[in-house]
Design a protein. Sequence first.
Length: 264
Amino acid sequence: MKKNLLKIIALTVASIMAVSVMSSCGSKKDADTEAEGTNTLTMATNAEFPPYEYYDGKDIVGIDAEVAAAIADKLGMELKIVDTAFDSIIPAIQAKKYDIGMAGMTVNDERLEQVNFSQPYAKGVQVVIVKEDSDITDVDDLFAEGSKHNVGVQTGTTGDIYTTEDIESADLGTVSRFNKGADAVEALKIDKVDCVVIDNEPAKAFVEKNPGLKILDTAYADEDYAIAVAKDNTELLDKINSALDELKADGTFQKIVDKYITAK
Ligand code: GLN
């Protein structure tokens, strides 16, 4: 009898524990769902683009990461940053996989057909990185009749788009495409490419890290960076634009930029 009673108690304790484990699983699941839910602003980026987005240890930091966090804060949302290939950001935004694409992303007509962009928040310049002793001394050397340069770019970027049209299609050379800007720079160092066409701020960061390289004084193109949002998500777009207005007006935006870009 006593033995049976103990057995019943043991079984009861076990079933209470089982129920409590089940319910704690349940609440954990709810918490996860909530974390991905309406109160989370998901940002797709490509964290290979200093000083806009790059890794500091395990964290993605940079101007875009901090501006997005400040926007999320204004919207009363939690920011979640997802690192992905640059050329998969726009398709993912179109598919509503993430709320915003922020990756030093240039506004252009082709992309405007696929997504909406916020107001511009930065100027970008496509520049040319060469070795210090390169025979390419001006951007126009790339378009000179009979020239045959091999140009390194990051896949799907405007540097890729421009050089494919201006150089490859014009039979003035070839374009080598890399997953990361840093890989294109490595190729330049070992003479696999003659130059790299890339945005000015990452270019500065790469040249600083790699002695023997320089940026040409003449620029390839001027651009605007903005935040990509799905076409039909105009409500979020409006909120982001208002948040950007506020962050620009109260000095927060400039403070973030100054933290990462020092006037040289
Ligand atoms: N500004 C360029 C573009 O939008 C490059 C951006 C990037 O490599 N993150 O294509």
